[in-house]
Design a protein around this ligand. Sequence first.
Ligand code: C5P
Length: 219
Amino acid sequence: LSDGPLKGKHILVTSGPTHEPIDPVRYIANRSSGAQGTAIAKALIALGAQVTFVTGPADVAPPAGARVVAVQTAKQMLDAVTAAAPADAAIFAAAVADWHVANAGDSKIKKDKSGLPHLEFAENPDILATVSQMKTGRPALVVGFAAETDDVIANATAKRLRKGCDWILANDVSPETGIMGGVDNDVTLITADGTEDWPRMSKQATAEMLADRIAKAIA
Ligand code: C5P
């Protein structure tokens, strides 16, 4: 571990998409690459933090120097996050699926069996809200993301209060921004004190700026 302002701090980072099975060979997923979460973990490690990195199946390799816990589903991600506690801070950068398939098959659903399959959905646990609202052992700083396509700041501000986290990084993921799966990010930091619009910059630079802010907040 490098020496730095976050030396001795344990920080939990979630990253990547989740995969929700339809049957043993099929799943529902989303386009998260894991790039922003991985960059955040790297930036925290560079400042000396001990990072537990709970990741769904991502496109990018997990950060060197982190304790990596690989999961598939939202339920598994919640269990891994709970098992990794306590932490001084928790950053929820994963794009967790909102739903899982309640009637997922134990064996492969056959194409020729009595017509089209009927998938039933059930809500996934909200990991960010669960941790934010912990009665004991809540991390001192809980940070979430709000990826929105409309009314970005208003929706993210409401989300911060609804979930109970300390900070939200709001970003516009409309396709024309090129943010989802791209190199750059363009975020607004929302805290209890107000909003702060950060310039468009690389996900790595965004991660370094966030890590600096986290160090100032909890070091
Ligand atoms: O509600 P929404 O999915 O837009 O919230 C996004 C934020 O909540 C992100 O920080 C994401 O990691 C987190 N989240 C979570 N568990 C869920 C859904 C979202 O931790 N089931």
